[in-house]
Design a binder for this molecule. Structure first.
Ligand SMILES: [Zn+2]
Ligand SMILES: [Zn+2]
Length: 254
């Protein structure tokens, strides 16, 4: 067992080393692929930064989605109707414009190194939010099914979670919450079918590890919140105290 674990961590270290090697030159923008002297260590040029749609203060206090009008009660229609297992969700950006292409390129274009630019945006969003980072015990990425990891080569949420874990020096847990059921892509399903598609897709191997813990759950996109909610349900049922969902981008509220 120990041998297997050693092998796993060796493969992981190797993978991250390879990732560093295939990393493009420093002065390139990961979003538009152009060279620019002004590019900082986040690898995003000024023009692209201006085009990103950061979430403003006019957002739902629960799911973090931008609200359509300047409402007095900061709660969207969905959050009034369906309570979640997580206490709140925070996103860096609206899932609009160039970030859609970047996330697609990151996930399906074999460009895992983009996680550094996206991770920096997430860290900035956490710093600007009301999350009390000192209260967080563990960072947990939304898991992918192992067949999908083999196909894609990496879990996009795990790399983002790793970036957050390193930035705040909080431990990451990647092998305990697992996706045990293969699910079809949620994009083309309505809310009801999304829920039944993802239902019981996740499992926790060692529940004791999450008892009494405050957790940041990391995913790339928040749409209906159903995936994050199913993961949160497992974590809460395992005894976790509080779950805050952090995603790179979030869709529009209802
Ligand atoms: Zn750019
Ligand atoms: Zn909401």
């Amino acid at each position: 067992m120990l041998e297997i674990r050693k092998k796993h961590s060796l493969i992981k270290t190797l993978f991250l080393t390879i990732l560093e090697l295939i990393y493009p030159e420093e002065d390139i923008c990961f979003i538009c692929d152009t060279y620019d002297d002004s590019i900082d260590e986040e690898n995003i040029c000024l023009k692209c930064k201006e085009n990103l749609r950061f979430i403003s203060d006019n957002k739902c206090s629960i799911c973090g989605k931008p609200l359509q009008s300047d409402a007095v009660i900061k709660k969207c229609y969905n959050c009034k109707k369906h309570p979640y297992y997580f206490s709140k969700a925070v996103a860096a950006l609206e899932y609009e414009g160039i970030i859609k292409e970047v996330i697609y390129k990151y996930k399906y274009g074999n460009k895992p190194y983009i996680y550094k630019a996206l991770g920096a945006l997430l860290v900035q969003a956490i710093r600007e939010s009301d999350i009390n980072i000192n209260d967080i015990d563990i960072i947990v990425p939304v898991p992918l099914h192992r067949f999908k990891i083999i196909k894609r080569g990496f879990n996009q949420s795990e790399l983002l979670a790793k970036y957050i874990s390193d930035a705040f020096n909080i431990p990451i847990s990647v092998k305990n919450l697992i996706r045990s059921k293969m699910t079809v892509r949620q994009n083309n399903l309505d809310r009801l079918n999304r829920r039944s598609n993802i239902k019981r897709a996740f499992k926790i191997k060692k529940k004791d590890d999450f008892i009494g813990k405050n957790i940041i759950l990391v995913d790339d996109i928040f749409t209906t919140g159903i995936t994050a909610d199913e993961c949160s349900k497992e974590l809460v049922q395992a005894g976790a105290r509080d779950i805050i969902v952090v995603t790179l981008a979030t869709g529009k509220s209802n």
